[in-house]
Every structure is written in structure tokens, then in C-alpha cells.
Design a binder for this molecule. Structure first.
Ligand SMILES: NC(=O)c1ccc[n+]([C@@H]2O[C@H](COP(=O)([O-])OP(=O)(O)OC[C@H]3O[C@@H](n4cnc5c(N)ncnc54)[C@H](O)[C@@H]3O)[C@@H](O)[C@H]2O)c1
Ligand SMILES: O=C(O)C(=O)C[C@@H](O)[C@H](O)[C@H](O)COP(=O)(O)O
Ligand SMILES: [Zn+2]
Length: 346
């Protein structure tokens, strides 16, 4: 990866230095309605007086092309040129959508990710996946585009809702399940009692970066970062289209990881002892996702749109042990529906 990563108290001062470079013509900040209010005050002192704030509504339902158009309209009306720099201040919705807007505007302007949720700090801001949802399918339109820098200030987490913190923790647990059995074993004992998130953020980002560096465009190995997402995205998409039933990305991934751990066991890869450890840990943190057995076929069917698939084959990332993932494991819609019914019965 060719970008610069800052984590901790030096992150915003480093950003301050970057935005003042002569090669930057204009500074733009993209925030959602919550981060504009709760996070922008911490960022603002590090910016030049001349900058423009673009605000979008908060929430996954606004991670759409329509929202991108409002961003592109403002950039165009105020004549942002190719030397403009866009700072994406927010959770994964803002970093994904802002990165996508920057990548397409005038064929690409530079952007910096300034993640403000745990989920965006440990996962979404890193690795260059940008995009928006389309026709209800998650990240259906997008490009791989690395930001000029990622600036992670853990103090942003001080205003974050505990439910959002838990949602982000699911991606941390995912990293342990796919590549760090030792960390999983340590944290299994203590649960989600964390006083200082900084070491967890550093380790999670380093783990993700190690994988992305080897396969930035997801030709193979990077697919392990998608553990829990074949089922998780299907569930998230299904509930997103039903007002009042939406669940958070991390909550869907947590449910997806239980289902895909079961699929791993069902395929003879993961032992029943390890399946039990995964389930017990996840259920000690997350409430059960709400769906009824009658809905499992419809949810499973949405996995046909997963980006890891090849033709009609649904390729899932499974575990052969805690800390060891394998990608491109074919599963059927029927097996996915069965995994959802298993989850429902637990
Ligand atoms: N690109 C990637 O690699 C990647 C990885 C994981 C997830 N994602 C995407 O990320 C999105 C989920 O991101 P998310 O969980 O951060 O959700 P989000 O961006 O919707 O943020 C969650 C909520 O918290 C609010 N918020 C953000 N920071 C805050 C703060 N510091 N204090 C108070 N409120 C704050 C937001 O306004 C929002 O209401 C999904 O769309 C998912 O697909 C992308
Ligand atoms: O960085 C990756 O690669 C991931 O898969 C990380 C996931 O946590 C993230 O949700 C990602 O946006 C999913 O990508 P998608 O290609 O399945 O849309
Ligand atoms: Zn994810």
C-alpha cells in the first residue's frame, strides 16, 4: 500500500501538515449529520481557515448514488479542481461513499480517511475498498482506490454509541478468527471489556494491512477478510429494505460469522469444539438477529449477488480452525438457508 497511516495523538497534527501543502488547492470535509456535530469540532482546529464542509444524512440508507450526486454537485458548483483534497470524516458509510466520490470526480482527486467509528478505524478506512449500495445490494457499485492517508484518532470514539462500538468489534473478532488464534483465545476470556482501544486498533489495522498488501484487488487471499459477509451481507441487505428492521453492518457480520462457522463445520473443516467457542463468544456479545424461519430462503437467495461468486457458484470464506481461513469454498443457497435455520434455533 502506498498511503500513509497515522494512529493516535499524532494523527490530526499529521493531517494538519498534509492539508497545508502547496499541492493542495482546496480542502473539503465530508461528514454526516452526526459527525459534523460531534467529530468536526475536534478536526477543525487542524484545518486551514479556508475549507468547505459537505454534510450528508447519517445512515446506511444514504450510502447511495443519489447521495454521491449531492456531493458531486457541491464540488462542481464550487469549482473543486483536481488538486482538491477531500477529508472523509465519519464511519464506514462516509469513508466508503467519500472515497467513491473522490475516485470518480474528475477521474480522481486525492482523499484522506479520518474514521470516527471503531468499525471504520479497524476496517473500513483501510485497504482501499470504496463504494455505495445499489438496488439494496451492499457495495454493489465501487472501486478500489487507496486514500492519500488514513488518520486514526481514537478520541473520536468517546462520543460513539455503545451499540456502534459493539458493531465495530465484530470486525475485530473477524480478524482474530481468520488470522489470530492467540488474540481470540485471550479476548475470549475477558469479553468486550476494553479500557484503551488504541492497541486493538493498531493490531487490527496491521493484520488487515498484511493481507491487503499481498492481494490488494481481492484476486484470492483478500477474500478471507470477507469471512461472515456472504451470509452477513445477505441478511443486512434483506433487512435494509424493510424499514424498522435494519441491523448494523457489524451485527449482520456477527450473525454471518456464526452461520459461516456452522458451514465450516458442516463441510468438515471446523471441529465442533471450535464451532462452539465461536458461537459462545459471539452470543456473549451480540443479541440474536431478528428473522423468522420462513424468511431464511429469501435471505439466502440474496447471497447469489455476492462479489466472491463465480457464475452460479457461491464462494464462501470458511474456517478450517480458529485463526485459519480458507477462501473460495463453494456453498449452495440451500446450505446457506440451513445455516440460517441453525442460527435461528440456537
Ligand atoms: N471499505 C471497507 O473495507 C469496509 C469495511 C467494513 C465495513 N464497511 C462499510 O462500513 C459501513 C458501516 O460503517 P459504520 O459501522 O462506521 O457505520 P456508519 O458510518 O453508519 O456510522 C455509524 C453511526 O455512528 C455515527 N457516528 C460516527 N462516528 C461517530 C462518533 N465518533 N460519535 C458519534 N457518532 C458517530 C454515524 O453518524 C452513524 O450514525 C457499512 O456500509 C459497511 O459496508 C466498509
Ligand atoms: O476489506 C475487505 O476486503 C473486506 O472484505 C472487509 C469487509 O469487512 C467490508 O465489509 C467490505 O466492505 C466488504 O466488501 P465486499 O467486497 O464484500 O462488498
Ligand atoms: Zn465488513
Amino acid at each position: 500500500m502506498n498511503n500513509t497511516l497515522f494512529i493516535g495523538p499524532d494523527a490530526l497534527p499529521a493531517l494538519a501538515e498534509m492539508v497545508r501543502r502547496p499541492a493542495v488547492s482546496q480542502v473539503w470535509v465530508l461528514a454526516d449529520s452526526n459527525t459534523a456535530r460531534q467529530c468536526y469540532p475536534l478536526l477543525q482546529p487542524h484545518l486551514p481557515a479556508e475549507h468547505t464542509l459537505i454534510e450528508i444524512p447519517a445512515g446506511e440508507e444514504y450510502k447511495t448514488l443519489a447521495t454521491c450526486e449531492t456531493v458531486w454537485n457541491q464540488l462542481t458548483e464550487q469549482r473543486a479542481d483536481r488538486y482538491a483534497l477531500l477529508l472523509n470524516l465519519g464511519g464506514g458509510v462516509v469513508t466508503d461513499l467519500g472515497g467513491f466520490c473522490a475516485a470518480l470526480y474528475k477521474r480522481g482527486i486525492r482523499f484522506v480517511q479520518v474514521p470516527t467509528t471503531l468499525l471504520a478505524q479497524v476496517d473500513a478506512s483501510v485497504g482501499g475498498k470504496t463504494g455505495v449500495d445499489f438496488l439494496g445490494f451492499k457495495n454493489h457499485l465501487g472501486v478500489f482506490q487507496e486514500p492519500a492517508a488514513v488518520c486514526i484518532e481514537p478520541r473520536f470514539l468517546e462520543t460513539l454509541d455503545p451499540r456502534q462500538l459493539k458493531s465495530g468489534y465484530a470486525e475485530v473478532v473477524k480478524h482474530w478468527l481468520i488470522a489470530d488464534a492467540t488474540a481470540f483465545a485471550e479476548h475470549r476470556q475477558q469479553g468486550m471489556f476494553v479500557e484503551d482501544w488504541t492497541p486493538i486498533i493498531r493490531e487490527s489495522v496491521a493484520l488487515k494491512q498484511r493481507i491487503v498488501e499481498q492481494d490488494p484487488l481481492e484476486g484470492g487471499l483478500r477474500k478471507i477478510l470477507n469471512f461472515g459477509h456472504t451470509v452477513g451481507h445477505a441478511l443486512e441487505s434483506y433487512l435494509l429494505l424493510q424499514p424498522g428492521r435494519e441491523i448494523l453492518h457489524g451485527e449482520a457480520v456477527a450473525a454471518g460469522m456464526v452461520c459461516e462457522a456452522w458451514l465450516s463445520h458442516h463441510k468438515g473443516l471446523l471441529s465442533s469444539e471450535e464451532l462452539d467457542k465461536v458461537e459462545t463468544f459471539l452470543f456473549s456479545i451480540y443479541d440474536k438477529a431478528q428473522f423468522v424461519t420462513l424468511e431464511t430462503d429469501a435471505i439466502a437467495d440474496l447471497a447469489r449477488q455476492d462479489k466472491k461468486n463465480a457464475g452460479s457458484v457461491i464462494n464462501c470464506t470458511l474456517l478450517k480452525a480458529i485463526g485459519q481461513a480458507v477462501y473460495d469454498q463453494p456453498v449452495t443457497v440451500t446450505e446457506i438457508a440451513e445455516s440460517l435455520r441453525y442460527y435461528h434455533r440456537l
